[in-house]
Design a protein around this ligand. Structure first.
Ligand SMILES: [Zn+2]
Length: 116
C-alpha cells in the first residue's frame, strides 16, 4: 500500500522537526492533502496511527487532515473553479480546456502543536 511509505516518510520528517524544535512530543499535526495527490486519506491516517508508536515523540500525535479540492484557472478567461471529477475538466464560463491546475496535488503540513 503506497500510503504506508508516504506515512513513513511523513513520520520521519515530523520526528526530525520535533528534534530540531527540541520538542518532548508532538501533540497535533494538521496537514492538507489534495484530491489529486493520489493519497487515500483513510489509508494514510490508518498507516500514520499504526506506525506512530515507533517514534517516541509521536506516540500520541493526533493527525488532522484537511482535504483540498481540485481547482483550475482558465487560461482564456481567468475564471477559477473547482471540479469534482478530474477527467476532462473544462471552464464553466467559456468551455475552454486551456487550464492551469492551482491546487489538488499537495501534501503539506499546515501547522503542528508541540510540547517542549
Ligand atoms: Zn474560461
Amino acid at each position: 500500500m503506497h500510503e504506508t511509505s508516504i506515512a513513513v516518510g511523513f513520520l520521519n520528517s515530523l520526528s526530525q522537526m520535533a528534534d530540531r524544535e527540541r520538542a518532548k512530543k508532538v501533540v497535533k499535526v494538521r496537514v492538507r492533502i489534495g484530491k489529486l495527490s493520489g493519497i487515500v486519506v483513510d489509508s494514510f491516517k490508518f498507516a500514520f496511527d499504526s506506525l506512530k508508536g515507533e517514534y517516541p515523540k509521536l506516540k500520541e500525535t493526533q493527525l488532522l487532515i484537511e482535504e483540498v479540492p481540485v481547482r483550475y484557472r482558465c487560461n482564456d478567461c481567468g475564471t477559477e473553479f473547482e471540479v469534482e471529477t478530474v477527467y476532462f475538466p473544462e471552464c464553466p464560463s467559456c468551455s475552454s480546456i486551456n487550464l492551469t491546475l492551482i491546487s489538488g496535488e499537495e501534501l503539506e503540513v499546515i501547522d503542528a502543536e508541540i510540547e517542549v
